[in-house]
Write a protein that binds this ligand. Structure first.
Ligand SMILES: Cc1cc2nc3c(=O)[nH]c(=O)nc-3n(C[C@H](O)[C@H](O)[C@H](O)COP(=O)(O)OP(=O)(O)OC[C@H]3O[C@@H](n4cnc5c(N)ncnc54)[C@H](O)[C@@H]3O)c2cc1C
Length: 426
């Protein structure tokens, strides 16, 4: 642990993972000074509601804030707002100085990068028109909210989680909403066929014009303001606001200037340590060894979720206090889209079998994913009990018998069993 008479830990990025890291360290009894520094001009806040309740004015800005000011004081965590770090001078022992764009310096004994990710920009003619927006941070959300009352037509580019959440929110606010997705189905990266089809039908039922397999030609505008989106088939979809939600890019630039290994994120080992062996990097910015127990050796990925930020922070906190706890965890995620709450446990990539579990209730089902006969993940729509059962089974390295999983008379946990030798070999 860092000594008391030094500058302690500097956490760059004051959001979900930075806040979690500072809290985890204090919970572990870390006594060195902690500075939680971020470039945004807001107190550390939570992002998930930006596309959901906050967008619909159902909750106030205050509700997004992570902690009351007293928390930071009581835990002796110095929160610095509005400082963007552009350079880091680092010594071989891991200590150094961070320099902000305004020239302020922040010396540190230990360094954590929790710099997250930014919205991927869409390189399309007309992208600079007023009204073409992104949704990653509070400023984006405030801008979007301010424009909503005067807008009737919202076009969302991208049928991923954030695009669909925002589309559902706008629809609930009475707007005319169109979703344009380039791929053959919605939420292509994260869910399987059945779940994607359900959301396509569900959003259309809510009155959203969802189009898949769409190619964009350009944004159209008048007097510098966006008025529509032209497709390659000649259609023009009218738009007062275009919200682009086509994924994120991890913020690796600082790490790269420090010479840290980066590839789709800052590469870290199972202890959240970057390639210099000192700096920790966690959350959306980190490229991690697959944390699922028993995952194929050498498989790496980047997770973008609150759960990952929190769990990864615990591992990094151990590393910063000199302990080594491997990051082993079952990823989980949620997405609220209008009346539907999707909860995902595990990762379905590479599945070769699915079992759909549906008791006949409208808009309520689960899809269980298997690889080589073993359960690897589930998408649960308005089915929190199934989600809990699957998450619990996966975290105990159990599988759920595919033969009985569809039987809604039985709780899934009743069918949880250890995998067979053959399944383990898959
Ligand atoms: C609209 C929206 C809805 C979401 N909904 C869900 C959901 O329902 N469920 C879920 O699990 N997850 C959701 N997420 C994802 C979740 O919010 C992220 O996974 C989480 O915020 C990641 O936290 P992070 O701290 O790693 O990164 P970020 O939240 O990206 O924070 C990184 C911070 O670092 C700052 N920073 C970057 N570079 C510098 C620098 N050089 N100097 C100073 N500061 C810097 C950034 O400004 C930012 O504040 C949502 C995200 C968005 C945007």
């Amino acid at each position: 642990m860092a000594a008391e008479n030094n500058h302690g830990l500097l956490i760059i990025g004051a959001s979900q993972s930075g806040v979690a890291l500072a809290g985890s360290l204090r919970a572990l009894g870390y006594t060195a000074p902690v500075t939680l520094l971020g470039e945004e001009d807001h107190r550390p806040y939570q992002r998930p509601a930006l596309s959901k309740d906050f967008m619909q004015d159902k909750i106030s800005k205050e509700k997004l804030i992570f902690r009351a000011p007293e928390y930071w004081e009581e835990h002796n965590i110095d929160v610095v707002k509005g400082q963007r770090i552009e350079r880091i001078e680092k010594k071989p022992d891991g200590s150094g100085t961070a320099v902000s764009v305004t020239g302020e310096t922040f010396p540190f004994q230990q360094l954590a990068l929790t710099v997250g990710a930014r919205a991927r920009r869409l390189p399309l003619e007309g992208t600079d028109l007023d009204g073409v927006l992104y949704l990653r941070n509070a400023d984006d959300a405030l801008d979007l909210k301010a424009r909503m009352p005067d807008a009737q037509n919202l076009v969302v580019i991208g049928g991923g989680f954030i695009g669909l959440e925002a589309a559902a929110s706008a629809r609930a606010m009475g707007k005319t909403v169109t979703v344009l997705e380039a791929g053959p189905r919605l939420i292509g990266r994260a869910v399987g066929e059945e779940t994607a089809e359900f959301f396509l039908a569900a959003h259309r039922d809510q009155g959203i014009d969802v189009r898949v397999g769409v190619n964009l030609e350009r944004f159209e505008g008048e007097h510098g303001r966006v008025t529509g989106v032209r497709l390659d088939n000649g259609d023009v979809v009218p738009a007062d606001i275009v919200l682009v939600g086509i994924g994120v890019v991890p913020n690796t630039e600082l790490a790269e200037t420090m010479g840290l290994r980066c590839d789709n994120g800052i590469q870290v080992d199972e202890y959240a340590l970057a390639s210099d062996g000192h700096t920790v990097a966690i959350g959306d910015c980190a490229n991690i060894p697959n944390p699922i127990p028993g995952a194929p050796e050498g498989e790496r990925l980047r997770l973008e979720s609150v759960n990952n930020a929190v769990e990864h922070a615990k591992v990094a906190a151990y590393s910063l206090t000199g302990r080594r706890e491997e990051y082993q965890s079952i990823p989980w995620f949620w997405s609220n889209q209008g009346p539907y709450k999707l909860q995902i446990a595990g990762l379905s990539t590479g599945h070769d079998q699915t079992v759909v579990r549906r008791d006949g209730s409208d808009g309520k089902f689960s899809v269980l994913y298997y690889r080589g006969g073993r359960l690897i993940a589930a998408d649960c729509v308005n089915s929190p009990v199934d989600f809990m059962d699957v998450k619990s089974a996966l975290s105990k390295a159990l599988t759920i018998d595919a033969g009985t999983a569809a039987d809604t008379e039985r709780r899934l946990k009743e069918s949880a069993v250890p995998p067979t030798e053959q399944e383990l070999d898959q």
